[in-house]
Design a protein around this ligand. Structure first.
Ligand SMILES: NC(=O)c1ccc[n+]([C@@H]2O[C@H](COP(=O)([O-])OP(=O)(O)OC[C@H]3O[C@@H](n4cnc5c(N)ncnc54)[C@H](OP(=O)(O)O)[C@@H]3O)[C@@H](O)[C@H]2O)c1
Length: 353
């Protein structure tokens, strides 16, 4: 049987563990047994905007329900694809399930793309599976947590840098404790000599100490302290989706706010789509990645991101505490807590199956 955690598309707080009969493989298909995956606010966002951005289309299940996508590792347990053998192990996009059946296209030494019909209208970055060593490597958990998030951090930093930071003198990041924000802030700090940008982190009062201790921000403020932000030319990078916070920043900075990069929705219940924020633009990493990879070539682009990510992970080991939970049943309460915002930013959650 295949076990999955599914959620009600209209009431995300309603989740269930279901058992489905294992499907037979067709010629060319491969069964991947899911070994582990990471769980962060990013996965909650996939669910929150699942209908709008088609995240439910990756791993369809029964009507009105969905399997939330996660980033993780899985091994081939059965193969009807001559170039893939039992035991081959892949990093990629999986459902919250014990297994996934894929239809690999051309298999290279680096991996394959799932060519299943129902995935072809979705961003290519989600359909690629990267070959890994067969044995567990201690870095595997870091990879599950950070690779999707840090790739976004890197691409957003690169985008801002190419735009000359809109001539701003400071970058303000909301949900400064999120791993994606921390990645961007660390890049701004590490490269401060190049562009001399002040890095301001806005976070919940309870997370101020944690964010300050990472040392990736020049100044850390609570959401109630926006009036303490210096009125100089600024860019906001928004991970929270909290419209009130964004309006408060806009009103405080007035014409000094040159641009808002809208990346995330950690505080999704406070998003008011009817409010139009001037000078703002949605940043969707999978689309930006396509351009970045075309421009630099696949190998060079991968190398650039990986080199920076290894550097970030070395530093992140000073603040991250990786905690593993051992089943989908144990994931269920964690999912519900995360949905309600009960997230300790210092913890990196890994689900092992
Ligand atoms: N556009 C893209 O292409 C793209 C790519 C990757 C990630 N993202 C987005 O970036 C965001 C951050 O993801 P992540 O995985 O890096 O997050 P994470 O590390 O799990 O972030 C945890 C932090 O998010 C805030 N938070 C979480 N749940 C909340 C809730 N229900 N209500 C209010 N605040 C909440 C809190 O930060 P504070 O206390 O500091 O506010 C919390 O410490 C997500 O929305 C994700 O989807 C977007």
């Amino acid at each position: 049987m295949t076990k999955s955690l599914i959620v009600n598309l209209d009431k995300l707080q309603e989740s269930d563990i279901i058992l489905e009969d294992q499907k037979e493989l067709s010629q060319g298909q491969v069964r991947l047994q899911i070994e582990r995956f990471a769980m962060t606010a990013n996965n909650i966002t996939y669910a929150v905007i699942g209908k709008q951005l088609k995240y439910w289309d990756f791993f369809p299940t029964k009507d009105d329900h969905g399997k939330i996508p996660v980033w993780g590792l899985a091994s081939v347990s059965q193969s009807k694809q001559p170039d893939l053998a039992v035991g081959d192990r892949f990093y990629g996009y999986y459902p919250m399930s014990t297994e996934l059946i894929v239809s690999p296209g051309k298999v290279s030494p680096f991996g394959f793309t799932d060519m299943a019909n129902h995935r072809q209208h979705l961003a290519p970055i989600y359909n690629n599976y990267t070959k890994m060593t067969k044995e567990f490597n201690p870095m595997d958990n870091h990879l599950c947590i950070f690779r999707p998030l840090y790739t976004t951090s890197f691409l957003n930093y690169d985008f801002l840098k190419r735009s000359d930071f809109y001539n701003a003198k400071q970058v303000i990041l909301t949900s400064a404790s999120s791993k994606t924000a921390l990645g961007i802030a660390q890049l701004l700090m590490t490269n401060k000599d190049q562009h001399n940008i002040e890095v301001i982190g806005l976070t919940s009062d309870k997370n101020k100490g944690f964010v300050t201790d990472t040392k990736y921000y020049d100044t850390v403020l609570g959401y109630g302290d926006i009036n303490q932000i210096e009125k100089i030319s600024s860019v906001t990078v928004d991970l929270s989706g909290n419209t009130t916070t964004l309006v408060n920043i806009s009103e405080h900075l007035g014409d000094e706010l040159a641009f808002i990069s809208l990346i995330g929705l950690t505080d999704y219940s406070k998003t008011d789509r009817s409010v139009v924020l001037p000078n703002s633009k949605f940043f969707f990493a999978p689309d930006v990645a396509v351009t970045f990879f075309k421009e630099h070539g696949r190998d060079e682009a991968t190398k650039m991101i990986q080199t920076a990510m290894v550097n970030f992970i070395k530093d992140a080991n000073n603040w991250i505490n990786i905690q593993s939970i051992g089943s989908l049943e144990k994931l269920d309460p964690l999912y519900k807590e995360m949905l309600m915002g009960k997230v300790d930013p210092a913890v990196g959650h890994i689900v092992t199956l």
